[in-house]
Ligand binder design. Structure first.
Ligand SMILES: CC(C)(COP(=O)(O)OP(=O)(O)OC[C@H]1O[C@@H](n2cnc3c(N)ncnc32)[C@H](O)[C@@H]1OP(=O)(O)O)[C@@H](O)C(=O)NCCC(=O)NCCS
Length: 213
């Protein structure tokens, strides 16, 4: 028996997830979002209720996609994933048909790769991470659990992004730099040096402007 596919959340990121599922010919049973009206439709997919609907479903009968975004905080989508995984629900890997993945790449449960993503060889992506539209990830990179890489980001070789970090739209990360846990790289930033955990950096070259509380 095939499992019923549900997308959690009905906002902007969720619509990209739904569009990617449609492009992949995956049939979606419903959207779960307690802030929306039951019966409302997102791209013709019905809103079925809130996450509490999952209380009535067997985890083995369901496949989930995390539709929560991160702008720039990744905590909410991380908590949703961890809570439901602990309850034995499974998250699907989302891979747009246009994604190119090199040899010896590994992606964890619930990883989302949108249109135009390129992963060169030996890239490791942790669970629940998002590699958004047209991101280029070069060889030997590591992207941590719950990390969020925004559209158009370029990762050079041997870059590492730690758990729950956020990289803003169009940022460029030079070879061998590492981004610490929960750090934020602002949109358009050019990262030339390692970014410690929790720092917010912006600009070219990217410099510290704050702490991600
Ligand atoms: C870095 C970021 C998180 C800071 O957000 P914030 O704390 O709300 O910052 P503010 O908008 O209040 O801006 C504070 C200052 O930093 C500057 N600034 C903000 N983001 C900047 C950026 N990416 N590059 C350069 N300067 C930036 C602002 O111009 C402002 O300068 P000022 O104090 O001289 O007026 C945010 O601006 C950003 O870049 N987010 C990325 C969004 C993104 O990529 N989303 C994709 C989702 S798919």
């Amino acid at each position: 028996m095939s499992r019923a596919v549900y997308v959690l959340g009905g906002g902007g990121h969720s619509r990209v997830v739904l569009d990617t599922l449609l492009a992949s010919m995956v049939s979606v049973a419903g959207v779960l979002d307690s802030n929306m009206t039951v019966g409302e439709r997102v791209f013709n997919v019905p809103v079925m209720g809130g996450d509490d609907l999952l209380d009535t479903l067997a985890p083995s009968a369901v496949l989930l996609l995390n539709g929560l975004g991160a702008n720039p905080n990744t905590r909410l989508r991380a908590r949703l994933f961890d809570d439901l995984k602990a309850r034995r629900f499974e998250f699907a890997v989302l891979r747009h048909p246009s994604v190119v993945m090199g040899v010896e790449c590994h992606v964890g449960q619930g990883v989302q790769m949108m249109a135009g993503v390129v992963l060169q060889p030996r890239v490791h992506v942790g669970e629940n991470a998002v590699i958004n539209t047209n991101v280029s990830v070069d060889h030997d990179c590591a992207i941590g659990t719950h990390a969020f890489v925004s559209p158009g980001v370029v990762l050079s070789g041997h870059v590492s992004i730690a758990e729950s970090a956020f990289v803003g739209v169009g940022a460029v990360l030079l070879p061998h730099v590492s981004i610490g846990e929960h750090a934020v790289v602002g949109g358009g930033g050019v990262v030339t040096e390692n970014v410690p955990a929790g720092w917010i950096v912006v600009g070219n070259p990217a410099v510290k402007v704050g702490i991600n509380e």
